[in-house]
Design a protein around this ligand. Structure first.
Ligand code: HEC
Length: 139
């Protein structure tokens, strides 16, 4: 019914997201603008963009196994709430030449939720769920 019988290993997993096990956090509403290009949560893989699990506290362009642009590797940024908010608002102005082709989040409340989501989804990567408001400073 669906073409020749190939073993699963003959199918290119990354070309067909449904064929790989994408962590649930990737489908959370606050991550929707990012999910075409990024995965996040336990077992997240690099796709178009790098996996964003545990991005908080990490140096930009440093996660192994992803071919970052020179611009990102040499940005000197460390990802935290202020740097992520600036980058996600206007990627090209914060890291000129980045390969992340994304217009930016202009809505302040949405931006704040996206940053908070990255913090929590990374921190809670162990259970594959995210966005549970729990420990930590609340705005
Ligand atoms: C069109 C695809 C695309 C979209 C949409 C996108 N990104 Fe990216 N992102 C990338 C690519 C590609 C890179 C690598 C950039 C480089 O190397 O210059 C990247 C890099 C990043 C980095 C740097 C990671 C690191 O380890 O240094 C962060 C953080 C990030 N993206 C967050 C987000 C978030 C959050 C969203 C949603 C609000 C988003 N991105 C939407 C493609 C995308």
């Amino acid at each position: 019914m669906s073409g020749p019988d190939l073993p699963p290993s003959a199918r290119p997993g990354l070309a067909d997201p449904a064929a790989v096990d994408v962590p649930a956090a990737t489908f959370e509403p606050d991550f929707r603008p990012c999910a075409h290009c990024h995965q996040i949560g336990a077992g997240a893989r690099h796709t178009t963009g790098p996996a964003l699990t545990h991005v908080f506290g990490r140096a930009a362009g440093a996660v192994p196994g992803y071919p970052f642009s020179k611009a990102m590797r040499q940005s000197g940024l460390v990802w935290n709430a202020p740097t992520l908010a600036r980058f996600l608002k206007d990627p090209q102005s914060v890291v000129p030449g980045t390969r992340m082709v994304f217009g930016g989040i202009t809505d302040a409340a949405q931006l704040e939720r996206a940053v908070e989501f990255l913090r929590q989804a990374g921190a809670e990567a162990g259970n594959g769920r995210a966005a549970r408001p729990s420990a930590g400073r609340r705005p």
